[in-house]
Design a protein around this ligand. Structure first.
Ligand code: NAD
Ligand code: UDP
Length: 329
């Protein structure tokens, strides 16, 4: 009898890759998503697979799943700053109420649960690189607070279920991850720059471009998450690639990769945009025997080829996703 795993956020970028990974490893996969920031095309190829089932459901509403469940991977949440700034209340609700439902379901089914936390729990960090011991520097009332605080609450609630109910829990603090199936217009820096390069537009660097990020290729991320789920470690673990680059240098790298001649133009830095970000992955190395294998050059080539292969109408669709049908005023 195969083990059954529920993946929330299944139609999103990471969720869809997790669905593929667990199907490949011989699991029965239940994917759940309300498609608010995801795209059903990310998982359509799985619909013919007898071990895959899709539930179109908003997890801020009570979650019902029949039968046994061995694992839950809770990935539902907007993840791009533009997305969560446009749907702030949904973001707070999915991180709090949605997480509560997932934890309650895990308790009911005696399932192990892994939650997708984030480097944003460190906010605009005063410690560099960021290790799991750092408590973070987050503005509760700033625009990014809706995401950061929802994720911090998510971690606290998860530890409470672990301590109070003895639930088996895992917490992944995910650092910027990229690859095929990111939404071209989700506003995150990699789809933004590649989309601009492909459309012949100038690349928009926010601020002076001296802020840094450390980008992890999706295949590496999925392997790290898989190992964490199967480990016996319940404290948070950073999963990311420590290779750090400034956003300005990264824009230049993209122009080189795409062989485009456009210019880099500068726009105002969004409020609370972290100045530095780099994971300390000592724990992941020691506990999971994991570290990234894919270089940025290799990962970016694969990502560029994916975006180039999208239908022209997707490439030209610059406007941000329409959330109106999900928003009740
Ligand atoms: P994504 O936007 O591509 O995927 C999120 C998915 O969750 C979408 O398919 C969306 O429709 C779904 N969703 C949102 N609210 C929902 C709800 N109420 N009910 C059901 N489904 C809902 O984002 P992603 O990059 O794949 O991120 C997935 C998870 O990983 C998120 O929890 C995010 O916070 C976390 N994470 C991602 C990164 C990254 O670099 N990609 C970094 C840190 C943390
Ligand atoms: N950024 C940028 N131009 C863009 C989009 C993003 O310079 O068109 C910057 C953004 O200000 C941030 C970095 O790129 O400093 C990474 O942004 P992203 O939205 O990908 O994720 P974050 O790490 O901020 O959550």
């Amino acid at each position: 009898m195969p083990k059954t795993v529920l993946i929330t956020g299944a139609a999103g970028f990471l969720g869809s890759h997790l669905c593929d990974k667990f199907i490949k490893e011989g699991y029965r996969v239940l994917g759940m998503d309300n498609l608010i920031t995801g795209d059903i095309r990310n998982i359509e190829h799985l619909f013919k697979n007898k071990d895959f089932e899709f539930y179109n459901h908003d997890i801020t509403k009570y979650i019902y799943v029949p039968g046994k469940l061995d694992y839950i991977l809770h990935f539902a949440s907007p993840a791009s700053p533009i997305d969560y700034l446009k749907i702030p209340i949904q973001t707070l609700k999915v991180g709090s109420i949605g997480t509560h439902h997932c934890l309650g379901l895990a308790k009911e089914k005696k399932a192990r649960i892994l939650i997708a936390s984030t480097s944003e729990v460190y906010g605009d960090p005063l410690v560099h690189p960021q290790s799991e011991e750092y408590y973070g520097n987050v503005s509760t009332i700033g625009p990014r607070g809706v995401y950061d605080e929802a994720k911090r609450f998510q971690e606290s609630l998860t530890m409470a279920y672990h301590r109070f109910h003895g639930l088996e829990t895992r917490i992944a603090r995910i650092f910027n991850t990229y690859g095929p199936r990111m939404r071209l217009n989700d506003g995150r820096v990699i789809p933004a720059f590649i989309g601009q390069a492909l459309r012949g537009e100038n690349l928009t660097v926010f601020g002076d471009g001296s802020q840094t990020r450390s980008f992890c290729y999706v295949d590496d991320q999925i392997e790290g998450l898989y190992r964490l789920l199967l480990s016996d470690y319940s404290d948070p673990v950073n999963i990311g690639n420590p290779e750090e680059i400034t956003i300005k240098d990264f824009a230049e790298e993209i122009l080189h990769l795409t062989e485009k001649k456009q210019e880099i133009i500068y726009k105002p830095l969004p409020q609370d945009d972290p100045l530095k970000r780099q994971p300390d992955i000592t724990k992941a190395k020691e506990i999971l025997g994991w570290e990234p294998q894919v270089s940025r050059e290799e990962g970016m080539k694969a990502t560029y080829n994916y975006f180039k292969s999208l239908p022209k109408k997707d490439l030209n669709k610059k406007e941000h996703k329409d959330f109106s049908k999900h928003i009740r005023r």
